[in-house]
Write a protein that binds this ligand. Structure first.
Ligand code: FAD
Length: 547
């Protein structure tokens, strides 16, 4: 039996354990999980919804299918001894044959006066369940909030706090909000949308200091472009009153123990396409702590796909080991040298291996922003054709990027229906019309069967991008008895990530049940055989002996 030690019991570490133990039908792995947090694994993605008052902390626990794994919660790994193949914790050491690092990332705290050392009361990052709980508790008495950082998380938090009735100021160093994903035109429209929700934005603004009185935050000193200011006005300085400050300034991959153990690190823990460290074929890194060749997206779909891929790799390598005889190198070395089965990137489009895994949807009430693929500051090349619909009067901006007859990127602000169509086109990799301007058009007449209606979706269309679940799998689960969103989630995992696909799953369930009990006038749109023939079956824990 090989000993697999997983460091980190977050969204990706716990998913890896589930994927590995469910495949390990012959009990070839002894799995130990060491997680610093005291909690059972929970859905970190939904913490901004908790801050907004749209989700409850109690509902965030992820389904646990860790089978026969030994899980130690509240146990921090302090060092790795690669020579002796041990990980050290405060209470001892654990030996491993294969080490999987899933240590995630931590919130970046800007190095300014007032934020060195312990944070003043009222200042919080948002990364953990404890952070979310403290922010929600602080909103009871706070009236003025400053959110530092206008990336996706900053916008979600700002809108969430505004929804709770706080006066919110967003402070951002870049030229415009979400400038990684949004080009300037789109950013301006997004900013106008924020203003309509009562969120004031300081852009191109340096955070100078966070000042506290009697240990509690009182003001935030900034210098930059104030709300409504023109770039030519020059920078303005201000002390913004605040009784709550949320830091949404990006994340830093947790690679300290890896670096100290001599494993290659850059921004994260460097791994090859096989997810193994180039420094040690027996050590892997997955999720937010990893730096794979294609870069880390910081999105859950990438981490969950890595978890699945590594579990398949380890179980397949273990099978190979049984076929082979003695005198072979250790399992860890064999696992590290098995060739890579999958290409990580499409050759011409640069799109990710998992369709839709780079779709960014802002979860903010009243603000519709979706960006995917080539967008914002991402590099455009000569092969890219860009079309824009700029309609600031209607708080709308849509941009599509086309190459080789496919949609390779899009930005949609203030146009949720069109965004849904574009996500569908992007994730299905559907050929675009010969005139890509047609992508901006939706059927003018009201219709019960829009381009994104469940009956129109091809079986392989991705419904849940976080978990890469196609429509065919949801149809299968319905045929196997799933009748509610919770049933579908249990069977396929759809809806268990960011939750953005819940409406589509509901639509599919309604369509399937209407098709099973058609009214007299029904037009015959029952689920057809070809809806379920193009399946992409994936082994699922519930179908194995170790679920
Ligand atoms: C508020 C918020 C909203 C988000 N929204 C989205 C979204 O809409 N879509 C999306 O795709 N992604 C989103 N994300 C990102 C997503 O949550 C991460 O991609 C995901 O959590 C990464 O999982 P992970 O397991 O790699 O890291 P984590 O979930 O961070 O888990 C890492 C775990 O390892 C533990 N650990 C670290 N070091 C050690 C150690 N030395 N010993 C033991 N344990 C250790 C940590 O305590 C933690 O529990 C969001 C994140 C946040 C914070």
């Amino acid at each position: 039996m090989s000993s697999v030690v997983v460091v980190g019991n977050g969204m990706v570490g716990s998913r890896f354990v589930e994927e590995l133990t469910s495949r390990d039908v012959e009990n070839r792995f002894e799995v130990t999980v060491l997680g610093a947090e005291e909690y059972h694994p929970y859905n970190r993605v939904m913490l901004s919804e908790v801050v907004a008052g749209k989700a409850d902390l109690l509902g965030l626990e992820l389904p646990r299918r860790d089978g026969q794994a030994r899980v130690h919660r509240g146990e921090t790994v302090t060092a790795i001894d690669r020579g002796r193949r041990l990980v050290m914790t405060g209470s001892g050491s654990v030996g491993y044959d294969v080490l999987v690092l899933a240590t995630g990332a931590s919130a970046r705290i800007p190095p300014v006066a007032g934020l060195h050392g312990e944070l003043p009361a009222g200042v919080h990052p948002l990364r953990t369940l404890d952070d979310a709980r403290e922010i929600v508790a602080a909103t009871t008495n706070a009236t003025r909030a400053v959110v530092v950082g206008a990336g996706v998380l900053g916008l979600e938090v700002a809108c969430g706090l505004a929804r709770r009735g706080l006066a919110v100021t967003l402070v951002h160093g870049g030229r415009g909000v979400m400038d990684r994903q949004l080009a300037p035109g789109a950013g301006q429209v997004a900013q106008a949308g924020l203003a309509s929700l009562g969120v004031r934005c300081w852009t191109e603004t340096r955070l100078q200091a966070v000042r506290a009185v009697a240990g509690r935050v009182a003001t935030v000193a900034v210098e930059g472009c104030p709300p409504g200011g023109a770039p030519d006005d020059g920078p303005a300085a201000a002390e913004l009153d605040a009784d709550l400050v949320v830091l949404a300034c990006g994340t830093t991959p947790e690679h300290a123990i890896a670096g100290a153990a001599g494993l290659a690190t850059g921004r994260g823990i460097r791994v090859g396409a096989d997810l193994a460290s180039p420094s040690d074929p027996g050590v892997y890194a997955i999720g937010d702590c990893a730096e794979p060749p294609e870069g880390s997206s910081g999105l859950i779909a990438q981490g969950w796909e890595q978890a699945r891929r590594l579990a398949i790799r380890l179980t397949e390598s273990a099978s190979l080991a049984e076929v082979g005889g003695g005198g072979r190198p250790s399992l860890a070395v064999r696992v590290g040298t098995v060739s890579v089965a999958r290409e990580m990137r499409g050759p011409s489009t640069g799109s990710p291996a998992v369709a839709g895994s780079d779709v960014v949807t802002v979860k903010a009430a009243g603000l519709d922003i979706v960006a995917m693929g080539v967008c914002g500051s991402r590099h455009l090349d000569a092969a890219h054709r860009v079309l824009r619909l700029d309609d600031p009067g209607a708080h709308r901006h849509v941009e599509v990027v086309v190459a080789d007859g496919q949609l390779v990127g899009a930005t949609c602000v203030g146009s949720p229906d069109l965004a849904a169509d574009l996500v569908a086109t992007y994730t299905r990799r559907t050929p675009v019309p010969s005139d890509p301007a047609m992508l901006f058009l939706r059927p003018a007449a009201p219709s019960t069967t829009t381009a994104t209606g469940p009956e129109q979706m091809p079986p392989r269309a991705t419904v849940c991008s976080c978990n890469s679940v196609p429509k065919s799998e949801i149809v299968d689960s319905w045929h196997a008895g799933a009748r509610s969103v919770a049933d579908v989630a249990r069977a396929t995992r759809a809806t268990t990530g960011c939750g953005g696909c819940t409406a589509t799953v509901c639509g599919l369930l309604e369509w399937l049940s209407a098709s099973a009990h058609p009214p007299a006038s029904h037009d015959g749109h029952a689920p057809r055989e070809d809806d379920v023939t193009e399946r992409q079956p994936r082994p699922h824990p519930s179908e194995t002996a170790h679920s």
